[in-house]
Design a protein around this ligand. Structure first.
Ligand code: B12
Ligand code: SF4
Length: 417
């Protein structure tokens, strides 16, 4: 079948090469489908460009990759799905193709997002084998289910996806973008606010990841970002990968997300040897006091990383219903003492319908604070919080270590570059 894969992500802070599209395109191509990627990231006229490309290609299926629902920032929030509605409508007007949505935005509620953007089908989770499976229904003239669970199909752990074939990296690299690579999918964490909590964990084989990085190096990409939600989920797999990278991917420097646990001294030594430079450490005050990890774990993380010359940017989320200012004062004082490179603070929490926090806030009004936003499906931004900007500033003091996320449009890891 002819499949057009559309990247509507025009948020450029920083621009992100659509890795999900590259992976899905690789699998479709391998299955014998004809693939064209319509990358709208830098297009001055996205609707016009989409219509033109669809007219020329006349696809049977349009796959639209929805990465971000919104910018997830309380200040100056940008909501992206409105534009997706227009793009889906433009597909309908241009061709007869069925429209399939995929991408991490679907985690906000696959049915809700599918209804919002008006697509025919939606795949949530990995699309590598799920989209070809959906196409085979259509080829047979059968009706696929409207919502497909990508984890039922997953991906092949040994596959080495082609890189830089489907997407032109050059405008991204010119505008501060870096290529990404993924070593695993899913998360074993259970953070109450997070879209990824408890998503089935599937590792890729370290050998395949090392070879994929080799392909990126051949394309001239030596500065990379890991696209795992958190790297340190399974120490055995991560260490095997790091050993291989140190031996076979020399000269690569990369950034990654990590969570406080698990970690040990050798993990940081191996990260440094494998070219890792900056780590974004995700911390939320509820997990901190709920037992997932403690202050000592974070202190040891920052110290051990620092000893290896690794820079640590902390993404800190505070202001859960059960907290008060005194508890948060302890958290801020702790970071003031431990001093990672930078701490990006969010004190309003983006709430999603099916997260633990979303479900509890929907079932009963919180003991303190309020929900801002009207959408019962929580697709249009809904925020929860009780701390005011002034109170948050007071907790930060005038220490330049802390920055409030959203008041400037640069993600935490970029401040380290
Ligand atoms: C790594 C990462 C980053 C890196 C990216 C580095 C790089 N060079 O690629 C950086 C730090 C730059 C970043 C920035 C941001 N990020 Co980010 N990021 C991620 C993370 C951890 C991985 C994304 C990724 O590439 N995954 C690997 C690829 C292969 O997976 P994928 O894109 O989802 O594609 C798969 C499936 O979704 C599906 N699929 C994808 N497209 C399609 C299409 C079809 C048709 C089908 C069928 C299937 C399909 O198949 C693919 C293969 O399995 C995700 C969380 C997550 N695990 O998804 C957050 C995440 C996407 N980011 C998020 C956010 C909010 C942002 C920022 C807006 C933050 C900010 N305010 O600055 C920016 C946006 C930047 C931009 N221009 O879009 C949120 C989005 C949530 C929301 N509110 O919508 C996420 C979900 C994190 C979270 N838990 O909240 N990010
Ligand atoms: S915050 Fe990190 S560890 Fe927690 S559920 Fe989300 S991705 Fe997993």
């Amino acid at each position: 079948m002819r499949v057009a894969l559309v990247n509507p992500n025009r948020y450029l802070e920083p621009p992100v090469i659509p890795l999900g599209i590259e992976y899905v395109a690789h699998y479709l191509d391998r299955e014998g489908h004809e693939v064209e990627v319509v990358d709208l990231a830098f297009s001055p006229d996205p609707l016009g460009r989409l219509r033109e490309d669809l007219d020329a290609f006349d696809p049977h299926v349009v796959g639209i990759s929805l990465r971000n629902v919104d910018s997830s920032l309380y200040y100056d929030n940008l909501f992206f799905l409105e534009e997706a509605v227009e793009l889906v409508a433009a597909c309908r007007a241009s061709c007869e193709a069925r429209v399939v949505a995929g991408g991490s935005a679907l985690l906000a509620g696959p049915r809700e997002v599918a209804d919002f953007v008006g697509c025919d089908y939606a795949v949530y989770g990995p699309g590598e084998r799920a989209l070809p499976a959906l196409l085979s229904y259509l080829e047979r003239g059968a009706e696929p289910p409207r919502i497909v669970n990508g984890w039922d199909y997953s991906f092949s752990r040994d596959e080495v996806p082609e890189r830089g074939r489907w997407v032109d990296y050059s405008p991204y690299l010119r505008e501060r973008g870096v290529a990404g690579f993924a070593s695993q999918c899913g998360c074993r964490g259970q953070c109450s606010f997070c879209l990824e909590a408890g998503l089935p964990w599937r590792p890729r084989s370290p050998e395949a990841v090392i070879r994929e990085i080799g392909l990126l190096v051949e394309k001239g990409c030596r500065e990379l970002h890991l696209c795992d939600c958190e790297f340190n989920q399974d120490m055995e797999t991560t260490k095997e990968l790091l050993r291989g990278m140190a031996e076979r991917n020399p000269g690569v420097s990369w950034s990654l997300y990590m969570k406080p646990l698990p970690h040990d001294q050798s993990l940081f030594r191996m990260l440094a040897r494998a070219g890792a430079e900056s780590l974004t450490l995700s911390v939320d005050s509820r997990s901190l006091y709920g037992g997932a990890y403690g202050l000592m774990d974070i202190q040891s993380f920052v110290e051990l990383a620092g000893r290896q010359g690794l820079k640590v940017a902390v993404d800190l989320l505070v202001g859960f219903p059960e907290e008060d200012r005194e508890r948060l004062r302890d958290v801020f004082d702790f970071f003031r003492a431990v001093r990672p490179e930078t701490v990006g603070v969010s004190f309003r929490i983006r709430v999603f319908k099916y997260t633990e926090l979303g479900m509890s806030l929907r079932s009963a009004p919180p003991p303190r604070g309020e929900l801002e936003g009207e959408d019962p499906d929580f697709i249009r931004p809904v925020y929860y919080g009780w701390l005011s900007l002034d109170e948050c500033r007071e907790l930060m003091g005038d220490d330049p270590l802390f920055r409030i996320e959203g008041l400037e449009r640069r993600s935490n890891y970029e401040r380290l570059r």
